[in-house]
Design a protein around this ligand. Sequence first.
Ligand code: LHQ
Length: 259
Amino acid sequence: TVLAALADGVLTLTLNRPDKLNAFNEEMHLALRAGFQRAHDDAGVRAVLLTGAGRGFCAGQDLGDRDPRKGGPAPDLGHTLETFYNPTLRLIRSLEKPVVCAVNGVAAGAGANIAIACDIVLAGKSARFIQAFARIGLVPDAGGSWSLARILGEPRAKALALTAEPLGAEKAAEWGLIWKAVEDEALMDEALALARSLAAGPTLGLGLTKRLIQAAAVNSLDQQLDQERDCQREAGRSTDYAEGVTAFLEKRKPEFRGQ
Ligand code: LHQ
């Protein structure tokens, strides 16, 4: 349900239930989480590229899995979030390596919010982001209520979440929800080139950069200045920093090793 391939330091994770627009069943949840866990554990992984197979990126939770017509007690969706979605969201945010997302088609519900949780999001121009939850009586999850409010501010976050109106890729880029909307045919080439160049970068410094930018959401300026000091101290001890400066002085391209 998730294809994983490591090449040139990039771990490409492809959601792979195309006939269901890559909606999440339990198996796909576990496979995606295992992919991000591998990215944490394997020093050979220096960037992750997340995308979807077929015409969609991800349609959120597989609604066929919880057919109310089948009867039985109401499902505990809080348990579903705690068991399946939240660990993956935490892994993406805590992974100190860049995560690029190539949104190749519709991203709905939790699928949209997992995309938004990634570090650099590219989308094909035909892709749409849909906060589909309101259509079925649910609330935004997979971090969406947090990220939409922070990134877009309340007016746009509320309108998207309350109406479930699709947001096109170009508008999403204009609003700063994603990095770029690109021609559909160019998406995978661009996303892969970006992921490769990040994977060839100073991984430790990039990881600390990700940590700092995320910390800004909760820190005061004083706390942030302290944290920058600590991270810069750590970055300054890395071999990649020495290589970066040496390469600059020698007027050549640096060869970073991710240490
Ligand atoms: C699907 C799905 C799908 C199953 C397309 N499930 N089959 C929820 C509950 C539990 C715990 C906590 O978290 C959550 C979080 C959530 O993610 S809630 C939101 C769940 N997602 C949705 O409500 C989106 C449902 N899908 C749609 O609205 C449409 O499919 C979109 C707008 C994504 C795409 O529309 P179209 O491009 O017109 O494609 P389609 O609707 O024809 O879908 C293609 C096939 O994929 C179709 O199957 P079929 O056998 O008829 O060809 C759909 O049934 C299937 N599919 N989404 N979530």
